[in-house]
Ligand binder design. Sequence first.
Ligand SMILES: Nc1ncnc2c1ncn2[C@@H]1O[C@H](COP(=O)(O)OP(=O)(O)OP(=O)(O)O)[C@@H](O)[C@H]1O
Ligand SMILES: [Mg+2]
Length: 404
Amino acid sequence: MSKPKAVMVLGGKGGVGKTFISVNLALHLRDSGKTVGILDTDFGASNIGHFIDLSKGSMDFEQDRFKPANVDGIEVFSISFIVGDKTVSMQGAQYAELIRDAVNNTEWTCEYLIVDCPPGFGDEVRTSAKVLSDSLLGSIIVMIPAHYLDAKRAIELHRDLGIPLLGVIENMSYFECEHGGRYPIFGESMIDKLVEEYGVTAFGKIPLRMDIREKVNKKEPKLEGDLAEPILRAVDVIVNAKPRKPSFLEKMKKYVKKWVDKLVVEAILAINKEIDIKGLQDATGYKGGSIIRLNIYDDDYDSLLTQGDFMIHEGKLVAVDGAGYDDVDVVIDVTPSVLAHAILGERNGKPYSLEDAYRLGEVRVWGRGRQAQAIHFLKYAWNIIRSREDVMNKIAPVIAKIVG
Ligand SMILES: Nc1ncnc2c1ncn2[C@@H]1O[C@H](COP(=O)(O)OP(=O)(O)OP(=O)(O)O)[C@@H](O)[C@H]1O
Ligand SMILES: [Mg+2]
């Protein structure tokens, strides 16, 4: 069974209408003849039951797999089927496991999957994007006029992470009373400004209206007529979108480990020959003697490709054999494509450095009291590598392959 083509619906703040828009996308996709599912990833504050009648279906378990509920012809995965309206409060790793199973170990038979996200762009959204991976068509940002800055940040983050942005919907764009009067209660519309500044696709504006609320209360959230236009535009883009191509690394997974091992050995030799380690120690205050563990993961941070322990000893970087976990002072996690893009200095058309990788959680540093030193170190190392034209020329062909 192939994974359904997924669309994430997200937005910076809570209560802007992400779930309302998600349900509308699903209903309109269904009524245009597509099979569709909704994955409610707002485990902590699931409220999909506010819009559709969850009592019409139930989620089942088949051995080690979930079976989504069927509600009015839409497949639904929601934690509400498991915990009702009890509170869910999970730690990141547990949340990630559940997302993984919701995507990979659930009997989805639908062609399209709408992923209703919690507010913000934290762990949950990042995990969903990673897990959905090449079945992700892209995302739709829901904003209200007052949250222009959040929409801007969301767009920037999409560019940082290479998540395709299908378009933006401005919900609650203005309040419309029953006599047709329009009031910009959340401020003037901002969607045109976003289009102008970022060239994003605007699907349109949906007003805040009492009759919408009343219909939602009756669990009839489907927008009709003019009100549905932004949703129909989005549906049109969804059905014409193509999933992103798997990266070079995804295609080459089984060869990567060997290749990365070789690269690490060569990198140590090159670093000792080419880089002024004494200068690096002076710059970062790193005295040497402590052991740094470098973990190189695959692109999803799913499996460890290779691991090496190093220390600086008498002004040289040396590999350390047989270090136990307790001997290690700092652990640095990274992926080949992060390194490749950082060395290139560019990703998705935006400047990209090791510092950016750190800021985006793509280089992870573990070790108490090491964050300041780590940032310093990453900055220093990046500047050295980037400033050496001969080194850059040598590694350019390899990098080009990784970033495809
Ligand atoms: N255009 C609208 N007109 C009237 N009511 C609306 C409109 N859009 C959303 N609502 C109502 O606003 C409330 C919040 O919407 P919704 O739950 O979809 O937001 P959300 O962004 O998913 O929130 P959360 O971040 O908590 O998940 C709901 O009660 C919904 O019915
Ligand atoms: Mg919601």
